[in-house]
Design a protein around this ligand. Structure first.
Ligand SMILES: [Zn+2]
Length: 409
């Protein structure tokens, strides 16, 4: 079982006072106390692995009761999810724990000109986190945030004039920037570093960067609004492999589902076996840096229930994106009064898309996908495949998920 932790006992166990404090805090939350009954002491990694895991809703119940406050500086509230209704909230102190990140990962140097293109506002933390990181690096910062579609050209021209050397954002947003630059023949010859956080890296970015900024290399951060940055990688690491920070203790269950426990005494969120929904595996990184590294395998909740049947969204997306002319696909599930009313597959297509693409793909998916043909047996028109000008993005974070679930009254 010890092999299922990112740190060996001798490295982790001296720091278990932090998880012990988190356990005491969680026990003080009336709604959560019963689940921790019988868990008195966390002295070993075995004790830790015996604790029940936490999910986002549990953490929000805990934070609503605990209302943590930073010991130094301000206490910041950020959205930690929830696409409908009131935002779910996570907490962080000024600095956002970035000194611990900077101690192990330094893509930016004093002479860099860094564009912070993570969106700011609407209680999303990434822009502020990147700003805190840039502060520690001492570089020049251009706090661009998010811009609208028709502004890309002007801003790219500005970035070229300023000889921007580093550019950071969510991969979905970076794709918009660099695809626009490529399409319009804009070059950023001084760009060396592309910082990313918030989603998996996308291979399309490599293709666009090869033309727009051939010397640019990717530098990734991995984490969540609850755990903050958990790991980082460099251009010499595969894009899905991350070196964990020493105060992040990651545990994998038998199915590879990850949970996170913080060993950082300043952490405001009581992160104790916190599950993000992502799966992973420990691996050795070809860059040669020692220590256990984590390969992130993506979400394990890509199965959505459609009228009592499981729909494998990733399979559907992979099939759609194999189709010539399809650059990206998205599954949109619309629910009315708790029941799935429609399933739409939205397609972003290139100029090589053949006529009748959507109709042909719809016919094939309907006949080849048991869940679709069975669930929509009586109303086949409720499953649609349509080409779209744009996929549905979270306007706060710029992230474009493969699956969007909408509730309509
Ligand atoms: Zn590496």
């Amino acid at each position: 079982m010890i092999e299922s932790f990112s740190l060996p006992p001798e490295a982790a166990e001296p720091h278990l006072r932090v998880p012990r404090r988190a356990l005491d805090l969680l026990k003080s939350v009336p709604a959560l106390a019963p689940r921790y009954a019988g868990h008195e002491k966390v002295l070993t990694l075995e004790d830790l692995a015996a604790l029940p895991p936490l999910v986002k809703d549990d953490l929000n119940v805990a934070l609503a009761h605990l209302r943590p406050a930073a010991e130094h500086g301000a206490t910041w509230l950020f959205q930690s999810g929830g696409s409908t209704g009131a935002p779910k909230v996570g907490y962080a102190p000024t600095g956002f724990y970035m000194d611990g990140v900077h101690a192990h990962w330094q893509p930016l140097e004093r002479d860099d000109v860094f564009v912070n293109a993570w969106g700011a506002g609407r209680m999303w933390g990434a822009h502020f986190l990147a700003a805190a990181f840039a502060d520690l690096s001492g570089c020049q910062v251009i706090a661009l945030g998010s811009v609208t579609k028709d502004e890309y050209g002007d801003w790219l021209g500005f970035c070229a004039d300023r000889e921007v050397t580093a550019f950071g954002g969510t991969p979905s947003v970076l794709r918009l920037w660099f695809a626009h630059a490529r399409e319009h023949g804009i070059r950023l010859p001084a760009l060396r570093k592309v910082l990313w956080l918030g989603e998996a890296w996308h291979p399309q970015l490599d293709e666009d960067l090869a033309e727009v900024a051939p010397d640019a290399r990717r530098w990734g951060m991995f984490g969540s609004t609850e755990t903050w940055v958990a790991g980082t990688n460099t251009p010499r690491c595969p894009a899905d492999v991350f070196h964990l920070l020493p105060d992040q203790l990651v545990h994998l269950d038998a199915d590879g589902l990850m949970d996170f426990t913080t060993l950082n005494p300043d952490m405001l969120n009581p992160v104790l076996r916190y599950r993000t929904g992502d799966a992973g595996e420990f691996t050795a990184c070809p860059c040669g840096r020692p220590g256990r590294t984590l390969r992130v395998l993506g979400r394990r909740d890509s199965v959505v229930q459609v009228r009592g049947l499981g729909l494998h969204v990733d399979d559907l997306l992979a099939r759609a994106e194999r189709e010539p002319g399809v650059t990206r696909a998205q599954v949109v599930v619309t629910q009315r009064r708790g029941r799935v009313a429609t399933v739409d597959v939205l397609l972003l297509t290139g100029q090589d898309a053949p006529p009748g693409l959507a109709e042909g793909l719809r016919r094939e998916l309907m006949s080849a996908t048991f869940t679709l043909s069975t669930a929509f047996q009586h109303d086949p028109e409720s499953f649609r495949v349509v080409t779209a000008d744009a996929l549905i993005s979270n306007e706060r974070t710029g992230k474009t998920a493969g699956l969007v679930v909408r509730d309509e009254p």
